[in-house]
Ligand binder design. Structure first.
Ligand code: SF4
Length: 384
């Protein structure tokens, strides 16, 4: 494993990759899989820095590989729109590197006989058509999985909406492990990248993966074992991979190494660069005291929509919903019931719409939620 630091993300990435002999990639087709799962601007810490992607493309092309960049974003986001917004399309075009909408073609069904919580995956076909897959995530805190790094970034190789299924698994009887964590770990049986480059130039802390705070860190991590790369990245974020459910589960199943004593990292003083990345708050209501979010098995698409809406419009709207009479919002498919007058957001809550106010969509559109919240605000203020 290697770690490099530089204020210039392109230089940092070139430095970290210079620690590896990439010549085995000569003559191979290489699929670079960044995190471009959302429409976000470069520097927001939501998606991979385009300069990092540019350096990865250049390194593999210099090694003699035929490189393409591909992505399958979260539900409701169009691939090419996200690649443009993130600046990744521009760096790829400058290099005549093809961009692939991995949602465009039918998926390949992959059986997972030892999947435990999932028995098959719908995988974007390009994953099997390229010789090598390089996972290039951005270093982020994730409100559900602790962190999102090289292993979890491969979830963006699951086809279209099938990603959501990993968030919808029933709890495991008699076990504390979250099914989502086990699903991400066992997904690695089919979707383990051949090489990983974690972009920690501008990461995200707090309410990741999309509504947190960008965190400049000027650091890039790389290596062949995605679990080991993630373990090193975790240590740099002042965390232990043992505390990250999907990494621990994967290591327990022999899918990678997370024990830092067994991982060689250059340079030897790399741990001196560790900095604490703020954790995600335990509940969304913590951040928005006059909102009570009832979240049962939602996925990050609904959460992101809601969080961004509250962040942008919260103070203006929420003064009408005092702490002792909060705005109650339900998301996710796991609700047995919801209290009367709950704002039910997303198609997953449709069966409860008779008990409250319903906004359809998967994910729902922010402007439609805003319209309903404004109507509720008017009612709460007596139509004034
Ligand atoms: S409605 Fe929301 S929680 Fe349900 S699958 Fe769609 S985006 Fe995810």
């Amino acid at each position: 494993m290697a770690v490099a630091r530089n204020k210039d993300p392109y230089v940092a990435t070139c430095d970290v990759l210079s620690a590896f002999d990439l010549s085995p990639a000569a003559g191979k087709r290489v699929l670079v899989k960044p995190n471009a799962g959302r429409v976000a601007a470069p520097g927001d810490g939501v998606t991979t820095n385009p300069a990092v992607v540019g350096a990865v493309i250049d390194a593999f092309v210099s090694a003699g590989a035929d490189v393409a960049v591909g992505e399958s974003p979260i539900t409701g986001v169009k691939t090419l729109e996200a690649l443009e917004a993130t600046g990744i399309a521009a760096v790829a075009r400058e290099r005549d590197c093809p961009l692939i909408d991995m949602d465009a073609r039918p998926p390949i069904d992959v059986a997972l006989p030892e999947g435990e919580v999932i028995d098959s995956l719908k995988v974007c076909p390009e994953v099997f058509e390229y010789d090598l897959v390089v996972s290039v995530p951005v270093m982020k805190i994730h409100m559900h999985t602790g962190v999102t790094l090289a292993v979890k970034n491969m979830k963006g190789c699951l086809w279209r909406r099938s990603k959501v299924e990993l968030h919808m698994l029933p709890p495991l009887e008699g076990r504390n492990d979250k099914p989502l964590n086990i699903a991400i770990a066992v997904m690695s049986r089919a979707l383990r990248p051949h090489f990983s480059v974690v972009d920690g130039t501008i990461g995200m802390e707090g309410l990741g993966p999309s509504a947190g705070t960008p965190r400049r860190f000027d650091t890039v991590v790389a290596g062949a074992d995605a679990f080991a790369v993630d373990a090193v990245a975790c240590r740099l974020m002042n965390r232990s991979a043992q505390d990250i459910g999907h990494l621990r589960s994967g290591a327990e199943r022999g899918l990678g190494i997370i024990d830092l004593k067994r991982i060689d990292v250059t340079p030897s003083h790399w741990t001196e660069w560790a900095e604490y990345f703020e954790a995600a708050p335990a509940s969304l209501s913590f951040e928005f005291p006059n909102v009570e979010v009832l979240d049962e098995q939602s996925c990050s698409a609904c959460q992101s929509t809601l969080l961004l809406l509250l962040q942008r419009n919260g103070p203006e709207l929420l003064e009408y919903f005092p702490k002792d009479h909060p705005l109650r919002i339900a998301i996710g498919k796991g609700h047995e019931d919801v209290p009367l007058e709950t704002l039910c957001i997303g198609n997953c809550t449709a069966r409860h719409k008779a008990r409250g106010i319903f906004v359809s969509g998967c994910p729902p559109v922010g402007s439609a939620i805003l319209k309903r919240v404004k109507a509720m605000r008017e009612e709460a203020s007596g139509g004034a």
